[in-house]
Design a protein around this ligand. Structure first.
Ligand SMILES: Nc1ncnc2c1ncn2[C@@H]1O[C@H](COP(=O)(O)OP(=O)(O)OP(=O)(O)O)[C@@H](O)[C@H]1O
Length: 205
C-alpha cells in the first residue's frame, strides 16, 4: 500500500488560552478527496492551517513525509486556496494564470484551457479586482488547480460560487484526484462533500 500523504496524530491547538483542537487524528491516502465537516468555530480552518504549516500544534503532523513548513519547498508540492490572495497590480486574469505556468515551469492546463474550465473567458482581460466575488474565487481556484501539485488544501472553496459552478468544481476536484492528487477541503457545501470522505470535527472538550 502506498504511503499516506497526511498523517496527523493527537493534534492539539490552543488559541487565546482556549482549546480549539484536541486529540485530532487524520490519515489521508494518495488520491483521496477528504471533506472536513463540522459546526462554525469547531476548528476546521485551524486544522487546515496545521496541515499547511501555518499553525503550530502539539501532537504529530506529517505531510508528504515530513512536518509541514511554510517554505517554498513545501509550497512547490502543495497548493492552497483560503483567504483571497493579493492580486498583482497591472496583471489581467489571463496574465495571473500565465504567471502560474511561468513560475512553476509547467502546468496541468494551458492558461486558455483554465479560462474555459473556470468560465473566465469573458473577463480574461480584466483586472481581478474588478471581478465579482464568485469570479475572483474561480480565479483563485484556477490558479491553484492549473499549477502542478500533489496536495490541494481548500478552505470553503464554495465561497461565492453559484450552484452550477459548485457542480463543476466537484468534477474538477475528482479529476485532480484521478490524476493522482489528494484533496483536503473544509466545506459546508453538501454537493462538494457528497463525493468526498467525510471527517467530522467536534468541539474540543
Ligand atoms: N487568532 C485567534 N485567536 C483566538 N481564537 C481564535 C483565533 N483564530 C480562531 N480562533 C477561534 O478558534 C476556533 C476555531 O476557529 P476556526 O476558524 O478554525 O473554526 P472553523 O471550524 O473553521 O469555523 P467556520 O465554520 O466558522 O469557518 C473559534 O472558536 C475561533 O473563535
Amino acid at each position: 500500500m502506498s504511503e499516506p500523504i497526511i498523517v496527523a496524530r493527537d493534534v492539539g491547538v490552543e488559541l487565546g488560552g482556549a482549546p480549539v483542537l484536541r486529540g485530532v487524528d487524520l490519515t489521508v491516502a494518495p488520491g483521496e478527496v477528504v471533506a472536513v465537516l463540522g459546526a462554525n468555530g469547531v476548528g476546521k480552518t485551524t486544522l487546515l492551517r496545521c496541515l499547511a504549516g501555518l499553525q503550530q500544534a502539539t501532537g504529530e503532523v506529517s505531510v508528504l513525509g515530513r512536518p509541514p513548513a511554510d517554505e517554498p519547498e513545501f509550497w512547490r508540492e502543495v497548493a492552497m486556496v483560503g483567504d483571497e490572495p493579493a492580486w498583482y497590480p497591472g496583471l489581467s486574469v489571463r496574465e495571473h494564470l500565465e504567471l502560474m505556468r511561468a513560475v512553476h515551469g509547467s502546468g496541468r492546463w494551458e492558461a486558455r484551457s483554465a479560462l474555459e474550465s473556470f468560465e473566465l473567458v469573458g473577463c480574461a482581460d480584466r483586472a481581478p479586482s474588478s471581478l465579482s466575488t464568485g469570479q475572483r474565487q474561480r480565479l483563485s481556484l484556477a490558479m491553484a488547480l492549473l499549477r502542478p501539485s500533489r496536495l490541494l488544501l481548500l478552505d470553503e472553496p464554495e465561497r461565492g460560487l453559484d450552484a452550477a459552478f459548485r457542480e463543476r468544481l466537484a468534477g474538477l476536484l475528482a479529476g485532480y484526484a484521478a490524476d493522482g492528487g489528494t484533496v483536503v477541503m473544509v466545506t459546508h457545501d453538501p454537493r462538494l462533500a457528497e463525493d468526498a470522505r467525510h471527517v467530522a470535527l467536534e468541539v474540543a472538550a
